[in-house]
Ligand binder design. Sequence first.
Ligand code: FAD
Length: 377
Amino acid sequence: MLSYWEQQSFVSYHHIVIGAGIVGLSTAIELKQKYPKQSVLVLERGLLPTGASSRNAGFACMGSLTEILDDSQYTNEDEILKLYEWRKRGLELLRTRLGDDTIGYKNNGSYELIGDAELAALDKMDYVNELLLPITKQPAFKIANDKIDSFGFNRQHIKTLIENTCEGELHTGKMLRALTDYALMNGVEIKTGAHVTRFEEEDKCVTVFIADGLRGEELALQCNTLSICTNAFTKQLLPDEDVVPGRGQVLITEPINGLKLKGVFHFDKGYYYFREVDGRVLLGGGRNLDFEGETTTDFVLTDLIQKDLEAKLRAIILPDTDFKIAQRWAGIMAFGKTKQPIVKAFSKRVYGAFRMGGMGVALGSDVARQLVSMNRD
Ligand SMILES: Cc1cc2nc3c(=O)[nH]c(=O)nc-3n(C[C@H](O)[C@H](O)[C@H](O)COP(=O)(O)OP(=O)(O)OC[C@H]3O[C@@H](n4cnc5c(N)ncnc54)[C@H](O)[C@@H]3O)c2cc1C
């Protein structure tokens, strides 16, 4: 039961966006910039964004050599180039919008660790460099073996180090905080703790239903257009879409005295990633150890993966160093049959951008721009 006042002032919006991750917030910002006089509301089910955007590794992620070669087995060169360029555009937009200092963007170097199993990838490095050259304007990958010892890695595991000249890093927390502030500053309204249970499209509007435990009844909000930016959780609202959740588990050490490594690092086709942050090592991945178990939207840690991450930290990354784990967490990504994100108009009122894989930090801003460029008039 709504009051007269609530009905007058809190129920109708021009545009509603579901999800306050990087894609939802960027979509709201784009909407406000395109329609400055119209109201834009973001609905987020968590008190904090509760998906991937606040829980990732903060790679300004362009993809490693073995990851791109792995992709080339399932997709053609055009698609690989399209996705690479998309990430580049997304990062440029994010950096221009918020500023490098604000989001902690740095280019401290990006590297891939190559063990015996991946040595064959080196034969294809020139081919990939050539393929990407129209976008990168310089070879994306080069050998950097002179740095293996200076980073302190275990030589028994690492045969070659490949430098990725196009990839940087950012501070995930600062970035999402700044994006939220930027949205608010631009007049976007954000409601957290607002779990959208369903929507109904009518002729003249879309009605969005939100669970409201306190009132004991659903709250129904109306809008002219709805944008669904719910990534791994999209099937609840759009059950026919090809979206499969994939959990990513992460750990971070306490600060390590004299830590040698700096920059961001991948290995095993991008399934593992680690970086230096605030004198600590953040390490994540291992989803490939248990694809079935990690196909979930549960924010839970498993012994299998956490122990594997610790073992790799000890054996490969920090072989001669004592460390303590400070924190562990999980985030949920979204995958599908292809690596391309879904950016789509479902009707003239309902739109969606989701399935960002492990690349949403890079893709998110430009994906949102494309979503809002779809005609809403
Ligand atoms: C561990 C980990 C490491 C990663 N590392 C990187 C990296 O280094 N570089 C990179 O580019 N990418 C990385 N990614 C991927 C990247 O974080 C995601 O692709 C990106 O954050 C997706 O953004 P999004 O806005 O689409 O989704 P999300 O951030 O998941 O946002 C979706 C939001 O929708 C909300 N929501 C869902 N359903 C509803 C509903 N019914 N009602 C209201 N709200 C709802 C959720 O609570 C959530 O906040 C990583 C991801 C993980 C998990």
